[in-house]
Design a protein around this ligand. Structure first.
Ligand code: GLA
Length: 382
C-alpha cells in the first residue's frame, strides 16, 4: 500500500478538521477480459489492485459536511438535507451521489468530514471513480452503523454513478473494488452478482498496464449509447439481456437492425463467451489461449464495438509486433486509459522500453507503465 499517500491524506484531514480520522483504502481494478459485458448481465474477469483511493473520514458536530479533495486542494461544503448533483464532470458528484443513494434507502447519517487522495490517474480506465464511491459508502456505513452489506454498498455506489455522475455503468468496477481478494482475479457473473476467485500466478509471464494518458471527451455519452443499443436489441430478441442471446438468435434479426448495431451486439455475445473461455484457459494453465482471447477482445472493441482510439490501437499493435507479448487489449470503458498486456517476464523491460519509445515518437507524449499487485477490496486501514 502507498504509505506516503496514506500519510498525506491523514495529515491533510487532521490539519483541516482538527480530529483523528478513520482511514479507508478502496482499490481500483484491472480487468483481464470481459469488456462491456457487465451491463448485459454477462461475465467479467476483474481484480482489485494495490492502487486506488485513500479516504480519511470522521463525524462532525457542525451543521454541514465537508469533503476535501487532497490532490486538487478543493473543498466542498454541503447540507445533508439538500443534496443535488453539481456540474457534470465534478468530483463532488461521486460523494454527493453516494450520500443521496444512502438516503434513498431510508438510512440516516449525520454530518461528517472526509478527505481523500488517490494514486490512479482519473481516466486511466482503472475505476478510480468506483474506488472513491466505495470508500465513501464504506466509511459512512462504519461511522453511522448503517448495517449495509457489501452488496448493498456496491449497488449504492453504482446508483450514484447512474444518477449523479450520469454514466449508466454496470456493476464490475464497484464489485471488483469492494470484493477484491489479494493475488486473485474474480470471474464475476453480473447477473447473479457472485464470483469465483482465481489465483493469479502467470509464472514466467506477468500483467503490465500501459496508460495512454489520454481520455477522449464524449466517452460518457458513447458509453450510455452503447448500453441503450444493447438494451433495445435484447428487447427485439425478447431476452432479458444479451447474455441470453446466441449468435444464431442475432442472425435472425440481422435485417431489422443497422449493420453497426448488429456488430455491437455480436461483439457482446462473443466477448461474453471469451470471458468464460479465458477462465477455462486459466484453469488449464494455457496462457497461449488466454493471450489469443485477449487480442481477440481488443479486435472486437476496436472494430465492432468501436470504443477504442488511435493511441490504444497503437499500443496493442506494438504488443503484437513483439513476439513475447501473449495478449494485449484496451481495458475499461475505452476512448483512452490503459492497455493490459500479458508479457514474458524476461522480456518485459525491453517491451516497456520499446513501446514507450514508439509511443513518444508517434504521439509526441509519454505513456505511463504500471506494475500492479492484486489486492483485497475496500477496507479500513489500522
Ligand atoms: C466502465 C464501466 C463498467 C464496465 C466497463 C466496460 O468501466 O464502469 O461497468 O461496463 O466500463 O467493461
Amino acid at each position: 500500500m502507498n504509505v506516503a499517500l496514506i500519510n498525506t491524506v491523514k495529515e491533510s484531514f487532521i490539519n483541516k478538521f482538527q480530529t483523528e480520522p478513520m482511514l479507508i483504502f478502496s482499490p481500483g481494478r484491472i480487468n483481464i477480459i470481459g469488456e462491456h459485458t457487465d451491463y448485459n448481465d454477462g461475465f467479467v474477469f476483474p481484480a482489485a489492485v494495490n492502487k486506488g483511493i485513500i479516504a480519511a473520514i470522521q463525524k462532525s458536530d457542525s451543521n454541514t459536511s465537508k469533503a476535501f479533495a487532497v490532490d486538487k486542494q478543493e473543498v466542498v461544503e454541503f447540507n445533508l438535507n439538500n443534496l443535488k448533483p453539481m456540474a457534470q464532470g465534478s468530483w463532488q458528484n461521486y460523494i454527493l451521489g453516494v450520500i443521496a443513494e444512502i438516503q434513498n434507502r431510508s438510512k440516516t447519517i449525520g454530518n461528517f468530514n472526509i478527505a481523500f487522495g488517490g494514486d490512479i490517474p482519473g481516466g486511466a480506465g482503472m475505476s478510480s471513480s468506483a474506488a472513491l464511491e466505495n470508500s465513501v459508502v464504506y466509511g459512512l456505513n462504519e461511522l453511522f452503523k448503517l448495517d449495509l452489506s457489501k452488496h448493498d454498498m456496491i449497488l449504492i455506489s453504482q446508483k450514484a454513478e447512474h444518477n449523479y455522475v450520469g454514466v449508466k455503468c454496470g456493476i464490475m468496477d464497484q464489485y471488483a473494488s469492494m470484493f477484491g481478494i489479494e493475488n486473485h482475479a474474480l470471474l464475476l457473473d453480473c447477473r447473479t452478482v457472485t464470483s469465483t476467485p482465481f489465483e493469479i500466478n502467470f509464472k514466467d509471464h506477468e500483467l503490465i498496464l500501459i496508460n495512454t494518458n489520454v481520455k477522449h471527451s464524449l466517452s460518457d455519452s458513447a458509453y450510455n449509447d452503447r448500453r441503450s443499443v444493447c438494451e433495445s436489441i435484447s428487447e427485439m430478441l425478447k431476452v432479458k439481456a444479451l447474455r441470453d442471446a446466441t449468435e444464431f438468435d442475432l442472425q435472425g434479426i440481422k435485417d431489422k437492425i443497422t449493420p453497426e448495431n448488429y456488430q455491437k451486439a455480436l461483439f457482446v455475445i462473443q466477448e461474453n463467451n471469451r470471458a468464460v473461455r479465458a477462465s477455462q484457459a486459466m484453469k488449464a494453465d494455457d496462457l497461449e489461449t488466454l493471450g489469443k482471447l485477449i487480442y481477440a477482445s481488443h479486435d472486437g472493441l476496436q472494430n465492432q464495438y468501436k470504443v477504442s482510439c488511435e493511441e490504444l490501437d497503437f499500443l496493442v499493435e506494438q504488443a503484437r509486433l513483439n513476439g513475447h507479448v501473449l495478449g494485449a487489449r484496451m481495458m475499461g470503458g475505452g476512448f483512452g486509459g490503459c492497455t493490459i498486456n500479458l508479457v514474458a517476464k524476461n522480456e518485459a523491460e525491453s517491451f516497456k522500453a520499446s513501446a514507450s519509445k514508439a509511443y513518444k515518437e508517434k504521439f509526441n507524449k509519454d505513456c505511463s507503465i504500471y506494475a500492479v499487485e492484486l489486492s483485497n477490496g475496500t477496507h479500513v486501514i489500522n
